[in-house]
Design a protein around this ligand. Structure first.
Ligand code: BV8
Ligand code: ZN
Length: 247
């Protein structure tokens, strides 16, 4: 069967080719083809709990064992996964663009594994733990159970931003400045519902940036983006790179 060719409008490749400053916002859809479940898709459920119920300080306070079990399980999936064509395409775009910033909501670290250099992990990274009391941080691999701090003995927690927690100020500042100065803003694989991440594309648009959305389904951003390409991020982003620089 002839591989269904992904149509990329000429306007998109022209703008990307001449872009001085590209900013990218990725979400769980970019890791979906690596086998990492998304949050709001059907694979997002775990033991019939929604991520919004488990990824909170309240859930951790109430049952650190359960929350740690969820994160150990997710890290196990990520250890089995590797970057997919979407991650690799974003590395290519970074290499072909004078200034580039990748802002990711994903905590799986797959962009770093793929070789992306300028990455802002605005929701943290699941492969690290931080102390709930002092500033101690440790890398994680196949740990299990509730972890305690080697420095002060307090509970360790995953080094991610939970719902109701504010994002790291410096990272958020850098994300806003990259979005506001981007002449090309690519949003890929996100339902664009989680704030403040979802507001960055609007900030880019307000400052005159050209916004391309790549997603499996339409989102609240779809009405505002200059172009929305519906499809799998791995396929669409591969076609985008080919048509912009090799085509
Ligand atoms: C804050 C880390 C306050 C943890 C995450 C009511 C209205 C508006 C806002 C709120 C509200 N109530 C509460 C809020 C605020 C809240 C929020 O936005 N809630 C949402 C649910 C409404 N935000 C917060 O709490 C933030 N903090 O606001 O602080 C504050 C202010 C001042 C001072 C103190 C406090 C913190 C938000 C960060 C939460 N942490 N993750 C962890 O991972 O365990 S968020 C979590 O959702 C992940 O990071 C994930 O990345 C993120 C967003 O989800 P997506 O990435 O978009 O994934 P999703 O499954 O939703 O969508 C995937 C998309 O991919 C789909 O559209 C699908 O079609 C597409 N797709 C699937 N496969 C593919 C594909 N696309 C392409 N190719 C494919 N193959
Ligand atoms: Zn400590």
């Amino acid at each position: 069967m002839e591989e269904d060719v992904v149509e990329i409008p000429g306007e998109v490749t022209q703008r990307l080719r001449v872009a001085e400053m590209v900013a990218v916002m990725t979400g769980a859809g970019v890791s979906a083809e690596s086998g990492v479940p998304t949050f709001r898709g059907d694979g997002g459920l775990w033991k019939n709990q929604r991520p919004e119920q488990l990824a909170t300080p309240q859930a951790f306070e109430k049952d650190p064992d359960l929350v740690w079990e969820w994160y150990h399980w997710r890290r196990g999936l990520i250890r089995e996964s590797s970057p997919n064509a979407a991650h690799h395409s974003l590395v290519q775009i970074e290499r072909n663009t004078p200034q580039f910033t990748l802002i990711t909501q994903n905590v799986d670290g797959l962009h770093l594994t793929a070789g992306s250099k300028t990455v802002l992990e605005i929701h943290g990274n699941i492969n690290r733990a931080r102390c709930s009391s002092c500033s101690h941080r440790v890398p994680l691999s196949d740990e299990t159970g509730v972890l305690t701090c080697g420095q002060c003995g307090a509970l360790m927690r995953p080094d991610v931003v939970w719902f109701g927690e504010s994002l790291d100020h410096g990272t958020l500042e850098a994300s806003h400045s990259a979005s506001g100065s981007a002449d090309f803003f690519l949003v890929a694989g996100t339902s664009s519902v989680v704030q403040p991440a979802a507001s960055l594309a609007y900030a880019a648009k307000e400052k005159g940036g050209y916004v391309l959305e790549v997603n499996l389904d339409p989102t609240p951003l779809t009405g505002t983006a200059d172009v929305t390409l519906l499809g799998k991020a791995g396929e669409v982003l591969t076609a985008l790179v080919e048509k912009t620089w090799d085509g």
